[in-house]
Design a protein around this ligand. Structure first.
Ligand code: BGP
Length: 478
């Protein structure tokens, strides 16, 4: 059985990493804007260094991104040339509600995304929209404490309702929160959480996560009421944890590590907190104030499909003599059987098949790979026709192996898979490092880590390769 004829091939982006135009179209300031490049990035992202406004000492890469704000027509045209069936992008919340707590939305912001969606449909591209990809209006953080405060559920509901109403017929596929489990790892970036000294961070993270889970269930409910055709997905930073060795302690450690991420998806896909999570809350004195009405809301509004990012598998151990590594903000033991990218993320195509199977076994709902790819340094060279290109065989190689892995999961294991949108289909700012030089795209964007460059777009070798892959519905991977 080959991939379905309507398999959604495409690419993924997020407003905070490509859109820019931070002070245009009547947009408000967001947490993602004030996360700087450089040594302060990590402490700000993790909520331990306070940066609530822009200053003159730092460079903030999100403010311009790759200026998708002004280039979207040109960029969508390039996606269409590759044959995209879908394009994943996110809404900048503060473009729709500047402060987040207004009664009325900002028409300029709504019109901007409407134009993008129409542009996509011109080419038969189905938009796949993340309602929030790490962004939260700064005003909601300063005034209410971000997602720690349940009032954010009300503001998010307002946002969701406006989006579903305005884009009815234009957007069918929605994701409620990007990598919802990232709140545990990079809480300021993930959910606008800043911690005061002495604050119980664990309690703050789980109560905020609970608020997001409730908001996600509300959005699912509203979306289905407004248009029963809407397909709502959850989104997790995935990649199965392996035990470093066959010691039972390592196997147990891996099971717990997997559960710490799956807990979120258990709630969104099955509609209730699993017992192991409730017990973990009890042991750690975490109180999420779960009420009967909330239980009902979660139970009745589960997602239609499960989406996830996959860059790498992970490995854990109880042993102390093992080297550590990091991949997509998750620390773990370094797997000696795998190669690593220039940024130390380990490369494991078979791990994608493993992850797809674990998720499908657990939930029996359609899956969607909405991020995957290799962050690498590219060299722009003349293409012999008066323009420039990149010979990115390393990227082609990575993607080829991962596509083969998900095809095997579909064709040989029977996993239901809706589509594949590799991350950063056009080069954009890296979330973890703020660099431009960590590139994922099929399209090169001339901009460097300090914000210099023409912003011109150039097609890489992988552009033509991916075009062939899509045209053959994944049959031609050479
Ligand atoms: C995921 C995020 C993306 C993206 C990707 C790659 O965690 O959802 O926003 O950035 O990782 O990570 P990075 O940009 O750090 O290479």
């Amino acid at each position: 059985m080959a991939l379905a004829k309507d398999f959604l091939w495409g690419g993924a982006t997020a407003a905070n990493q490509c859109e820019g135009g931070y002070n245009q179209g009547n947009r408000g300031l967001a947490n993602v804007d004030v996360i700087p490049h450089g040594k302060d990035r990590r402490p700000v992202m993790s909520g331990t260094k306070k940066m609530f406004e822009l200053d003159n000492e730092h460079y903030y890469p999100a403010l311009v991104g790759i200026d998708f704000y002004h280039h979207y027509k040109e960029d969508i045209d390039l996606f269409a040339e590759m044959g995209f069936k879908t394009f994943r992008l996110s809404i900048a919340w503060s473009r729709i509600f500047l402060n987040g707590d207004e009664e009325e939305p900002n028409e300029e912001g709504l019109k901007y995304y409407e134009d993008i969606f129409k542009e996509c449909h011109k080419y038969g591209i189905e938009p796949l929209v993340t309602i929030t990809h790490f962004d939260c209006p700064m005003h909601l953080i300063v005034k209410y404490g971000g997602w720690k405060n349940p009032i954010l559920i009300e503001f998010y509901k307002r946002l969701a309702k406006v989006l579903f109403t305005r884009y009815k017929g234009l957007v069918k596929y929605w994701l409620t929160f990007n990598e919802i489990n990232m709140i545990l790892h990079l809480p300021f970036m993930g959910a606008g959480l800043y911690f005061e000294e002495g604050e119980d961070q664990t309690q703050a993270k789980y109560i905020s996560a609970h608020h997001e889970l409730l908001a996600s269930a509300w959005a699912t409910k509203i979306a289905h009421e407004i248009d029963p055709n809407n397909m709502i997905g959850c989104m997790m930073a995935a990649g199965d944890y392996y035990p470093y060795c066959c010691m039972p302690e390592d196997v147990w450690e891996a099971q717990n590590a997997n559960r710490s991420n799956l807990m979120f998806i258990d709630v969104q896909a099955r509609g209730y907190y699993p017992n192991y999570a409730l017990k973990m809350f009890e042991r750690n004195n975490i109180d999420i104030h779960l009420s009967d009405e909330e239980k009902k809301l979660l139970k009745e509004n589960t997602v239609d499909f499960i989406s996830f990012s996959y860059y790498t598998s992970r490995c854990v151990t109880t042993r102390k003599d093992v080297t550590e590594t990091v991949g997509n903000a998750f620390k773990g033991a370094k797997n000696p059987y795998l190669k690593s990218s220039d940024w130390g993320w380990q490369i494991d195509p078979l791990g994608l098949r493993v992850t797809l199977n674990s998720l499908y076994d657990r939930y029996q709902k359609p899956l969607f790979i909405v991020e995957n790819g290799l962050g690498a340094k590219d060299e722009l060279i003349p293409d012999g026709n008066g323009s420039y290109t990149v010979n990115d065989d390393y990227r082609i190689d990575y993607l080829r192996q991962h596509i083969a892995a998900f095809k095997a999961a579909v064709e040989q294991d029977g996993v239901e898979l809706l589509g594949y949108t590799p991350w950063g289909c056009i080069d954009l700012v890296s979330a973890s490092t703020g660099e431009m030089s960590k590139r994922y795209g099929f399209i090169y964007v001339d901009r460097d880590d300090q914000g210099n460059g023409t912003l011109n777009r150039y097609k890489k070798k992988s552009f033509y390769w991916y075009k062939k892959v899509i045209a053959s519905n994944g049959e031609d991977l050479d």
